[in-house]
Design a protein around this ligand. Sequence first.
Ligand code: ADP
Length: 601
Amino acid sequence: MSREVNFFNFSINKILSKNQSILDQAKIRLLYYGFWIVAVAVAGLFVSVYFQHQVLLSITAAILFFSVVVLFKYLTYRPHWRQISHALLVIATLINLNNVFIALQTVDIITIQIILLIILFSFYMLGQSWGLFYSLLNLIPVLAFMVLEYNSNYFIALRPEKVDQSTIIIGIFANFIIIIYIHSHFYSAFFNNIKQLKETGDEQQRLNGQLEVAIDKAEKSSQIKSEFLSTMSHEIRTPLNAIIGMSNLMMMANPRPDQQENLNVLKFSANNLLSIVNDVLDFNKIESGKVIFENLKFNLVDLLQNICGAEILKAQQKGLNFALKIDPLLQNKILFGDPTRVSQILFNLISNAIKFTPQGNIWVKAFLYEDKHNSIIISFIVKDTGIGIEKNNLESIFEPFTQESITTTRQYGGTGLGLAIVKRLLELQGLHMNVSSKIGEGSEFSFNMEFAVSTERVRYTADKSLLYPGNELLSSLKLLIAEDNPVNVLLMKKLLSKWNIIPTIAENGERAIEVLQYGNFDLILMDLQMPVMNGFDAAKEIRKLPDSKKAGIPIIALTAAALNDIKEQVLNAGMNDYVSKPFKPEELMEKIQSLVTAVPQ
Ligand code: ADP
């Protein structure tokens, strides 16, 4: 890019700019100073041939001088070195051919010099292709001339001009100077270029070093953030466990109506706080790219019933009609996918539907969208007759910490993270969420998800009713609890006493192994963080016990850590399942029951 300069500019500095590469600058410099040398040489030649009355050569020298002046002016006005180089090469070619074929009608040392100059100049200035072009354009006719002359066939009705030795000396001298100048100039440009490349390389290395340090710092701080969040979650969830557990117990102990009301508020707030902690943690995990989707076998109908089973009560408490509609074609299907993430997505959508619907209906639908034999695409729809969403906000509600309006926050609470998590979970699987909504009429959220289909079929189709306490099997259950925290122990004991279960307590993993060896147990509830021996190690040791019945005892981990990241570690340690503290009594019971019935007695 050349700068705009005045027409009367003659300075080289004004036509050079930082935007030009070192090589382009060298080319412009070469033209600028080259023009001076050529002008002096041509002026000398002109004087020499003029006084020898060589008409043709004088005219040639005059034209050349004039061209040099014009091109020099053009260069200092607009440094278009490419066009100027072409013009110079065309002029040089014409002079060369004129000399050989018309004016001198011979090939002498000056011809050779001119050809050399053209070769050098064209290659240096215009690159390989043009270099070859101008070189051959000058060489071939000259060689042809030499062949013609050799056969004495060349004849032109014009007397060749015989110049004086002084002209030849000036010509040869000037040509050599220009050849040397072109070479030395390009050598220094080449050298500077390499030097600059090296400097750029050094600079780049320095920047790379800085970048590495910065990346390292960023990674460390992100790790510290994650660790901080995880520690905080543990610290918050442990007392929350106690609050929720205690309120559960108190609610089971027939409280007075006024106490019941207070307990409801207490439990509601604690659950709310828990879901906020979980949301923040989960979003943090998704953002840091730590989400891995599982490919587990699951029964879709069971899954949907379980998700809705928990939500239906909430809807009923608000006086809403709740309908779960499952396509009959999906009955009996065993699928492969990530049930935890499907639940999380649907759970968020259904919770929102209930939250933002003051009256009317909630529909949760799952239907077969496409059957590809080995896999199926299922359409999930969550629809409500709630407050609806403004058209303008249909995209922004998926942004983290964004709610439709400040009134929403005041009236309904929430963090604005639910839909952001849902959207990212879908996007990570290449899926998209569709929303349609009308203010005052309701909203519909839907998405399609593909699942591989197992060839296995569900053997039972009857609705699995939720398992409730008081089950015969439970009261005779021999439970071992490995837990060090006395508040948690108290909670567990109280909770289990409602189902007439009297557990045995071991205060750490090592003790649990000891107790297990001497007693007869059906199941272990294993806290993960304990002194002396933690839950993971204890589970691994148990699985190695020589008594196969004891080694195979079902173990449920009790974890206070964030929702999903612990699952893999728990399963790797040989445990069968886990419940996150603060757990819901029904969830714990359901898991206990499914494991105890699944294991042959
Ligand atoms: P939160 O529910 O914590 O506010 P979400 O990310 O789940 O956060 O939802 C973001 C916002 O989208 C909500 O605050 C609400 O304004 C709007 N929204 C989500 N679902 C519905 C719905 N079913 N009906 C009306 N508004 C909704």
